[in-house]
Write a protein that binds this ligand. Sequence first.
Ligand SMILES: O=C(CO)COP(=O)(O)O
Length: 159
Amino acid sequence: MTEQRPRRQATRTLPARKRIALIAHDGKKAELLAWAERWRDTLARHDLVGTGTTAQRVAETLGLEVHGLMSGPLGGDQQIGARITESRLDMLVFFWDPFAPMPHDPDVKALLRLAALWNLPVATNAASADFIITSPLVAQEVTVNVPDANDWLATRRDP
Ligand SMILES: O=C(CO)COP(=O)(O)O
């Protein structure tokens, strides 16, 4: 198979003050809230955004501003995905529930695909979130490789 892939990489610089998305499925919300409480002081130095219910719960628990988008099943995951595509997000903490049947699984897959594509730091459980949040890179400007969208458009052929 010869799937078309970006031929060139470009770079983008993540700011020192990160835009961090927080999302948890219902079965993982308690775990995410406990994690967020543990790292409250660090999270307070960044800009937080989340899917509707998660954002509300984190804001209440931490007493911090969390920009709430739509609830996940109503399109919130896709709103986060759009922010990734537009370079308006710098980190994703998404505690998805491996035990729950996922009625809006396509949204979850689409979000994780965009995070992988755009080389976004992602944590999907408490241990990986601990590793990411304690990285010195969280508080620094960091330049990462991303697909070169202009080159992709210029070289894309009709099938
Ligand atoms: O469904 C979600 C993630 O896929 C989360 O949405 P809520 O934060 O609104 O519960």
